[in-house]
Design a protein around this ligand. Structure first.
Ligand code: IPM
Ligand code: MG
Length: 362
């Protein structure tokens, strides 16, 4: 089998970790007798510097013809203050890529790693057995809806966004969530602020409608503020958390606490829910960490696990994805980890160790 992958390193530590991810992907391809055709292009600030856009339309059309897209990280202080069009698609290359590829089904799994327990704020016995899948809608809600802008109002500056969702957007996302629940533990928590906001009333209404077709799935609706408290206090009670774009962004970082570090977290933004094989964008949850550039100590694990998700959801090779996860466990077992999660190893050392484990596969 041959798979085509578009690789977009982006900014900051993006290139260093993307390289780690691709080295691992190539090692697996060799072991599993797959052919990987990797195409490189620019996204984020480096793309702005060269093309005056954060993501070219040409890049999007190439992405649409590949099996999957790998992204390192985007952004940095150099580009934060640029005054550009207010559309999020024009401000952020990732936003444009997600929107134009319709990669609406965001999966952000968070695992507890016993090896990293001391990196978490939890007492022993409070966090073990936690494993949360934050499902984040990626293409709508307050991060995209119109109108938005900035103007003068009563002699002062005024800025506004619209928190809007169509029922179709909510429904297609919720259906994916319930389908996934059936493949996991048959339960799901949907979060909103329907006590105060119209768009979240519709959110809850539509999720309730969809749930009637999934009577075997236990569904709970929580206000987001209360859910935040409960995740922090008792993470083990959660499995799937279904969230809009904005809350999903917050809650994927929040749930990340149980892993012991943001550098551990992978993500997938899929063009279809993960029932069959689908196209997707795979990226670590962490940012471009400008302060770490060139130090060689960026944690490659979030990226490597994102590569694992790519094998699973876009190549249909769950077996290989599970083996990657296993290899990561083995590497953590011997204490090979970067400083952000309490170790002293470099990006290269961790990556090489993972590859060594892969090479041992029968
Ligand atoms: C994420 C990031 C992005 C987002 C930023 C970089 C636009 O925080 O992937 O979680 O808000 O989606
Ligand atoms: Mg985020």
């Amino acid at each position: 089998m041959k798979y085509t992958v578009l690789a977009l390193a982006g900014d900051g530590i993006g290139p260093e970790i993307l390289r780690a991810g691709i080295d691992v992907a190539n090692a697996i391809a060799k072991k599993a007798d797959l052919e990987l055709d990797i195409i490189y292009d620019l996204i984020g600030g480096v793309c702005w510097d060269k093309h005056q856009t954060f993501c070219r339309s040409k890049t999007v059309s190439v992405a649409q013809k590949t099996n999957a897209v790998l992204v390192g990280a985007v952004g940095g202080p150099k580009w934060d203050t640029l005054k550009i069009d207010v559309l999020p698609e024009e401000r952020d290359g990732l936003m444009k890529l997600r929107k134009e590829m319709r990669a609406f089904f965001g999966m952000r799994p968070v695992k507890y790693y016993p090896q990293l327990h001391d990196q978490t704020p939890y007492a022993r016995g409070k966090v073990e057995n936690s494993e949360i899948m934050v499902l984040r809608e990626m293409c709508g809600g307050v991060m995209f809806a119109q109108p938005r802008g900035k103007k003068n109002k009563k002699n002062q500056r005024y800025a506004y966004d619209t928190a809007g969702y169509t029922e179709t957007e909510i429904r297609q996302f919720a259906v994916g969530g319930f389908e996934l629940a059936r493949l996991r533990k048959n339960r799901l928590v949907s979060i909103d602020k329907s006590n105060v906001m119209e768009s979240y009333r519709l959110w809850r209404e539509v999720v309730q409608e969809v749930s009637r077709e999934y009577k075997d799935v236990e569904v709970k609706h929580l206000y987001a503020d209360n859910c935040a408290f409960q995740i922090a206090m008792n993470p083990a009670q959660f499995d799937i958390v279904l969230a809009c774009n904005f809350l999903g962004d917050l809650f994927s970082d929040l749930a990340g606490i149980i892993s012991g570090g943001l550098g551990m977290l992978p993500s997938a933004s899929l063009c279809e829910p993960p029932i069959g094989v689908t196209q997707g964008i795979y990226e670590p949850v962490h940012g471009s960490a400008p302060d770490l550039i060139g130090a060689g100590i960026a944690n490659p694990i979030g990226m490597i696990l994102s590569v694992g998700m790519m094998f699973d959801y876009s190549f249909g090779r769950k077996d290989l994805s599970e083996r990657i996860e296993h290899a990561i466990q083995q590497v953590l077992d011997v204490g090979c980890m970067t400083p952000d999660v309490g170790g002293a190893a470099s990006t290269d050392e961790v990556t090489k160790k993972v590859i060594k484990e892969i090479q041992k596969w029968p």
